[in-house]
Design a protein around this ligand. Structure first.
Ligand SMILES: Cc1cc2nc3c(=O)[nH]c(=O)nc-3n(C[C@H](O)[C@H](O)[C@H](O)COP(=O)(O)OP(=O)(O)OC[C@H]3O[C@@H](n4cnc5c(N)ncnc54)[C@H](O)[C@@H]3O)c2cc1C
Length: 496
């Protein structure tokens, strides 16, 4: 199902790139990061072209809940512990300033994107120790926070509030940012070499190349595939749920998120590492929770999205790599891309313009290394990558294809090969290779989205093997010896 945003706004269409184009800057990716950056550059008189693989606003920005806040979960206590108070302070100031900056831009540019002020809350129904520690950390950093038991939640809870945050309609913002931009849609960048990038039918040469494509798809240099993984979560748009003016994020169990949207309420949760949802049931859990809170409420839309989780909990914004000073990148937004993209647009446009960066922005440099903060996740990600690779080679197929019920998928062994098989409602078996074309890990079935997801780096494919999410940049591999791979129908031995 489409997100609620797509149901209310249709963005204009743009042509595909054909032939050769020259510009000062080329932006890869038409999400909030790419569009904000391109827009700022254009306003400064820089000639900029933006290339989008599919449709602008069709990536994760289309599936966000668009809370614009510097409150990023239990962030600040952990940041102070892991990277010290100075760096934590830079992170806090940069994100607080990002909220103000977007507020100012929306006002100055007269953008109608349903921008609405709110207080952002973290809440718990359990012991409040973590909340109190976060409160103390935020106070040390000068943030305007308070503790309260007075919330709009449908259950008693203790909460930590941060005032002067906001909500907005992400696609309405993008629609305004598109004005006057040179955009090419259906123009996936297949290769970047020096100052030139290539799509299927064209190429661009630019002084600076900006990777605003959510997950940088160039593996070397940069090594971003070793420095982040992806996590996915699920959202329901509900009619008939309780009225709320503010937004909430839970610290307990499912980590439920509440976000008002006119007469509707967005309920989010069910987060997991991409590729690790073989059992499914994430939407069902959210529906059960909603019915418990507001009996009789109705789901009007549901969707899921994913984001990149950096090793040390800080996005990578700046120079792509020491060896490529003219390539810039913004990634690793850890489900807080509304403020991170505003920071990215400012940092990246200043780098293109040769302007001095704010000292607070040093915290986002992709060239930093915070050993203490990174070690745990680096070890976890490495184990996951090894597991994903070895599983494909060593682990047996899990089920006989004949036993797959309609509407279900699973990994089967067929003619000595492991194949991902999905049985459609009319009984057709669709087969794909389970080898991720990015770096070869074994794809896993996600029953909630009926997709094949990579647990190593988070690439995703539909039941036909078509690419849904990067870092992979092409459809699932089709091996000659896999009968029916990427075709509509798989013939089982003995079947018609
Ligand atoms: C469930 C969920 C809820 C969230 N809610 C919030 C929230 O409330 N507040 C918040 O701050 N953040 C939130 N986030 C995070 C936020 O949505 C993202 O961080 C943000 O939208 C990322 O924007 P982006 O522009 O970087 O990426 P995208 O919007 O994904 O844009 C990248 C674009 O690049 C294109 N692309 C990829 N490869 C290529 C290529 N080779 N050539 C050309 N184009 C390419 C893609 O097609 C895509 O359109 C949430 C995340 C999730 C998962």
């Amino acid at each position: 199902m489409d997100s609620i945003w797509t149901q209310t706004v249709t963005l204009p269409a743009f042509p595909a790139l054909e032939g050769h184009v020259q510009a000062d800057a080329a932006v890869i990716g038409g999400g909030i990061t790419g569009l904000l950056t391109a827009h700022l550059l254009r306003r400064e008189g820089v000639s900029v072209v933006l290339l989008e693989a599919d449709r602008v606003g069709g990536g994760q920005t289309n599936r966000t809940t668009a809370k614009l806040t510097a409150q990023h979960g239990l962030k600040y206590h952990s940041l102070i512990q892991q990277v010290g108070i100075k760096t934590a302070g830079q992170y806090a100031r940069a994100n607080l300033e990002a909220v103000e900056r977007l507020r100012r831009l929306v006002k100055e540019w007269n953008i109608n994107c349903d921008f609405q002020d709110c207080t952002a809350y973290l809440y718990t129904q359990g012991p409040p120790a973590a909340l109190v520690a976060e409160y103390n950390a935020c106070r040390r950093l000068g943030m305007d926070v308070f503790l309260t038991k007075d919330t709009q939640l449908p259950f008693p809870a203790q909460a930590l509030g941060l005032r002067n945050q906001a909500l907005f309609h992400p696609l309405k913002l993008l629609a305004a940012l598109l004005d006057g931009l040179t955009v090419f849609e259906h123009s996936r960048v297949l290769e970047v070499k020096g100052h030139t990038l290539r799509t299927e039918q064209g190429s661009v040469t630019a002084g600076t190349i900006i990777f605003a494509c959510h997950y940088p798809f160039v593996n070397f240099p940069g090594w971003y595939f070793l420095r982040q993984h992806q996590e996915r979560s699920y959202v329901l748009a509900l009619e008939g749920a309780g009225a709320m003016g503010d937004c909430y994020l839970g610290l307990d169990g499912a980590g439920l998120s509440f976000r008002p949207l006119g007469d509707l309420l967005l309920l989010g949760g069910g987060g997991h590492r991409t590729g690790e949802n073989r059992q499914g049931g994430k939407y069902a859990e959210l529906v059960r929770a909603a019915e418990g809170f507001w009996p009789g409420c109705r789901v009007v839309s549901r969707w899921s999205a994913q984001d990149c989780m950096p090793m040390d909990g800080i996005p990578y914004i700046g120079s792509f790599s020491k060896n490529r000073p003219d390539w810039l990148v913004a990634t690793g937004f850890q489900k807080w891309g509304m403020t991170s993209s505003v920071i990215a647009a400012e940092v990246l446009s200043n780098l293109v313009l040769g302007r001095k960066l704010s000292p607070d922005h040093a915290v986002f440099s992709p060239q930093r290394f915070h050993g203490k903060a990174s070690v745990k996740q680096l070890a976890g990600d490495t184990i996951q990558a090894v597991r994903g690779l070895s599983r494909r080679v060593l682990a047996p197929g899990r089920i006989p294809a004949e036993t797959l019920p309609a509407g279900h998928g699973g990994i089967v062994k067929l003619n000595g090969e492991k194949v991902g098989v999905y049985r459609t409602e009319d009984g057709t078996l669709l087969a794909v290779s389970v080898k991720c074309p990015h770096l070869g890990c074994q794809l896993e079935w996600n029953p909630d989205e009926k997709s094949w997801d990579c647990p190593c780096h988070g690439s995703r494919f539909d039941v036909y093997g078509h690419l849904l999410d990067g870092p992979a940049q092409k459809d699932g591999e089709c091996q000659e010896e896999i009968a029916g791979c990427n075709t509509k129908k798989l013939q089982l031995p003995g079947s018609d």
